[in-house]
Design a protein around this ligand. Structure first.
Ligand SMILES: Cc1ncc(COP(=O)(O)O)c(C=O)c1O
Length: 396
């Protein structure tokens, strides 16, 4: 089996990465150290799989970038990936190519929600879940997750109460959960699906973080018993797994024909037509040929998580790393650290030169959290932890 290199990082100035852009980082932290290490925006610094790079280079050198269409090869790559990787049965008709999971959320809201309708969110959660409703003048109802030690749980009683009394029309369910990486079990997923069916809430499962599993087993909502599938929309993409976010493609899987037609009508209303050429090629090759690369990437991130966990245990009294079942984005509780998250983030940027994510970005109930990004080399993570530990000692 080929051994892939994750120690050699891509030059992120070539793709104008927001994460590494000095102007963008200075706008957040004006006094940031010039040699900063960015552990914030959720993309990875690894070069994409060689199979993807070769396919994109062939396309680039061929020199034709005209209008294309969703190919059968692409549909088959999605169907096979969902089957082999996630044990999910998908039919070709159910799939619609889209231009990003967040744009898909916006389109779905436009298609399904009338003025006055609301989306239910379990918080904290990825900020754009709320923007999708707010940008469309629809409501957001939040139910805080319950923090039990190092894991979040769903608040079943509150969820049922809110569904029964406030009548949200839809829920964006983050499966696995961003920001904590929590994988919901098959039983939890089914309980959620049953509640949604009972109270006529459309279940929208966002599965973009399902590709990097640190521990446990991911269950796709597509594996739910058949009676729930008519009330399900699944959104995903290879963007987190294979680091293709800038290619701006994703897809939806909607088993219910009526729902699917309403969703597609809304796409048509905005005259969104053919996919982008590199995006489709990259996604197809990722799903067809890059499973081994993903496995090795996952193992590499697991080692980064081990380094981070060891550093936090040894050097950061008062910091608590939430148990991360999936993703490459540790969620760190600093409530007992003696400093608030803004002070820590600012001091880390200025003194350690490490830029971290702050709880503010995650729709409520994240007042004392920082988020890190392990999608980089062991050497960078070790350097970041060393610098942060020195700064933390000075903050005590
Ligand atoms: C929960 C969640 N959904 C969706 C996205 C974006 O997905 P995509 O690249 O498919 O648009 C992100 C990116 O960070 C995310 O964390």
């Amino acid at each position: 089996m080929q051994h892939y290199d994750f120690d050699t990082l891509a030059d992120r100035s070539v793709d104008h990465a927001r994460k590494w852009d000095s102007g963008i980082v200075h706008s957040k932290f004006p006094q940031v150290r010039e040699d900063f290490i960015p552990l914030w925006i959720a993309d990875m610094d690894f070069q994409a799989a060689p199979e993807i790079r070769t396919a994109l280079a062939e396309m680039a050198n061929n020199g034709a970038y005209g209008y294309t269409y969703s190919t059968d090869r692409w549909y088959n790559s999605v169907i096979n990936w969902q089957k082999t990787r996630h044990h999910a049965h998908v039919e070709k008709d159910w799939i619609t190519l889209g231009y990003g999971t967040v744009p898909n959320m916006h389109v779905l809201i436009q298609a399904m929600l009338a003025p006055g309708d609301s989306v239910l969110l379990n918080t904290p959660v990825y900020g754009p879940f709320a923007y999708a409703a707010e940008h469309n003048d629809r409501g957001v109802i939040t139910v805080p997750l319950l923090k039990h030690g190092l894991r979040y749980d769903l608040d079943w009683a509150k969820l049922e109460d809110v569904m029964a009394t406030q009548h949200p029309k839809m829920t964006f369910f983050c499966n696995p959960h961003n920001p904590s990486g929590r994988i919901w079990t098959a039983a939890e997923l089914e309980r959620m699906a049953a509640l949604c069916l009972k109270y006529h809430v459309l279940l929208v499962s966002d599965e973009v973080h399902s590709e990097h599993i640190m521990t446990g087993t991911f269950t796709s909502a597509l594996e739910l018993p058949a009676k729930y599938l008519d009330n399900l929309v699944m959104f995903t993409s290879p963007n987190k797994g294979f680091n293709l976010g800038g290619l701006k493609l994703s897809y939806s899987i909607i088993p219910n024909a009526e729902l699917r037609a309403a969703f597609r009508k809304r796409y048509a209303a905005n005259s969104v037509t053919s996919p982008n050429v590199p995006g489709q090629i990259a996604m197809t090759v990722a799903y067809e040929s890059c499973g081994d690369w993903l496995n090795q990437c996952e193992a590499y991130i697991r080692e980064n998580l081990r380094i981070t966990q060891a550093a936090i245990d040894a050097e950061f009294p008062g910091w608590e790393l939430m148990e991360m079942d999936s993703s490459y984005l540790p969620w760190v509780n600093v409530a007992e650290s003696g400093h608030d998250m803004h002070t820590i983030a600012k001091t880390m940027a200025e003194s350690a030169g490490v830029v971290v994510g702050i709880g503010d970005d995650y729709v409520a109930n994240a007042e004392n959290f920082l988020r890190l990004n392990l999608g980089t080399s062991h050497a960078v993570i070790e350097e970041a932890m060393t610098r942060m530990a020195q700064t933390w000692r000075k903050m005590q």
